[in-house]
Design a protein around this ligand. Structure first.
Ligand SMILES: [Zn+2]
Length: 454
């Protein structure tokens, strides 16, 4: 008889850590970082010490104490003794932090299964961000259509549309039971066909259990529910206005949402502008050239793309001022001086923490700023206030255009009632109880409790 235990993703959006056991076989579905767990102790720059492994997490009960799971070097300084791995694998749904970030604690002897594209995103993060480190692992990558066997368990990963490429949902066959795990998914993106394909396959598989994300069950966003196509239409409209007035367009977008990136890239082509990107984006695009399914442009040779370099140390854009990985794109450099000279020539990607560059770029009043992000800003958010202070200072027009990475409540209701799982476990949501309003057989999981599979 099998069982499920939920160690993360309960009463929170993200942080999925779900343990599936069948006989002696134990595997994890995702091993992500919680976005807000521990924020009563850690905030902004006050964070668990990197050098101390799990010690700081155990102090506040932020990670479960589970034997045979963690890497030996992560347990140093804690009262837990190292044990050889007692788990047979981790299956990752996609490369977002709330699904992969705590892999760094996992014993290198436990195989990590993930989509081929997911590896590219993780490698790019490790190379370009000092905050990203997933640890040492044996990685085993798959594509849709593969079946991965772990002892008597069979995993069928199927691509889904989400706000990062290479996202997967799973159908898992235990011999006795069939379990669907959705990961994160949406039905209004450019690849909604993939999500539909997954949901149809789940329906055919007649799952006994379904572990389903519910990000949008509880959220009452301040913003409109746009599709990616809706975002593209909004951006196109702003481009027409900006071209007419000869104004600059600046935007902020989620770093690894390649659908959003393509939306701005295509808008740049349509409006006869150059897309100005961050070196990190250039590195990611370069890496993703290896993924033929994505069909993204080469940041070195594409004449619609230029790479924005901030002045560093010497102040002269000298090669030695930049990290090794940044230097590959210096041939395609654009500077603030150049952007400033031809405001109607560019669409400039600039994230909030790079806003000081606006002082050099100095867009004219009436230029446009598109905030193309999800909703990290809360009512009392100081960053939002500061962002608006900057926009007001430069007289920039504010636009908010974003498409969510998740199914809406209506879409969830429709999908679940077609699939009719024997039992539904909501995860990745603060609205788990609300699933009872849309489906008859819902069990709201509690952290660490064992749920037996009959
Ligand atoms: Zn997520």
């Amino acid at each position: 008889m099998g069982s499920l235990k939920f160690y993360g993703g309960i009463n929170e959006i993200g942080g999925n850590k779900i343990l599936l056991q069948e006989g002696d076989t134990k595997v994890w579905l995702d091993f992500g970082q919680s976005f807000n767990q521990g924020d009563q102790y850690f905030i902004n720059w006050l964070q668990p010490r990197k050098s101390e492994g799990l010690k700081d997490y155990f102090e506040f009960g932020l990670m479960p104490r589970i034997e045979g799971l963690y890497a030996e070097y992560m347990l140093k300084g804690t009262e837990m003794c190292y044990e050889e791995p007692l788990f047979q694998g981790v299956f990752i749904s996609h490369a977002h932090a709330d699904h992969v970030n705590h892999l760094k604690f996992v014993d290198p002897g436990i195989t990590v299964h993930l989509g081929e594209g997911t590896r590219f995103f993780m490698e790019a993060m490790e190379q370009t961000s000092s905050f990203s480190d997933y640890g040492f692992h044996m990685f085993s990558s798959f594509r849709t259509g593969d079946i991965i066997k772990v002892d008597s368990l069979e995993f069928e990963p199927i691509h889904v549309d989400h706000s990062i490429p290479a996202a997967y949902g799973y159908i898992i066959y235990t011999g006795e039971n069939t379990i669907a795990y959705t990961g994160d998914l949406r039905a209004h993106g450019p690849r909604h066909d993939m999500t539909m394909e997954y949901l149809e396959k789940v329906e055919e598989a007649k799952p006994d259990y379904m572990i389903c994300e519910g990000t949008r069950m509880a959220r009452v966003g301040r913003r409109k529910n746009l599709s990616e196509d809706g975002v593209a239409k909004g951006v196109a409209k702003i481009c027409v206005e900006a071209n007419r007035d000869g104004k600059m367009i600046v935007f902020t977008q989620p770093g690894r949402d390649m659908d959003r990136w393509r939306t701005f890239y295509e808008a740049a082509q349509e409006s006869n502008r150059i897309l100005v990107i961050h070196p990190k984006t250039a590195y990611l695009l370069h890496k993703l050239l290896d993924d033929k399914h994505l069909d993204l442009p080469n940041p070195i040779s594409n004449d619609r793309i230029r790479v924005y370099y901030k002045r560093k140390r010497s102040g002269t854009y000298s090669e030695k001022d930049y990290y090794g990985w940044e230097r590959s794109y210096l041939d395609n450099i654009i500077t603030s001086e150049e952007v400033k000279k031809d405001p109607a020539g560019y669409i400039v990607n600039l994230d909030f923490y790079s806003f000081a560059e606006l002082i050099d770029i100095h867009p004219e009043p009436g230029s446009h700023f598109i905030y193309s992000m999800s909703e990290p800003f809360t009512e009392e958010d100081l960053e939002e206030e500061v962002l608006h202070n900057w926009l007001n200072h430069f007289g920039l027009k504010y636009h908010q255009l974003h498409a969510s990475g998740h199914l809406s409540r209506q879409e969830l209701e429709k999908a679940i009632n077609r699939i009719e799982p024997g039992k539904l476990y909501p995860v990745h949501t603060t609205g788990a109880e609300k699933f009872k309003q849309i489906y008859s057989s819902v069990e709201v999981p509690e952290v660490g409790r064992e749920y037996r599979l009959n």
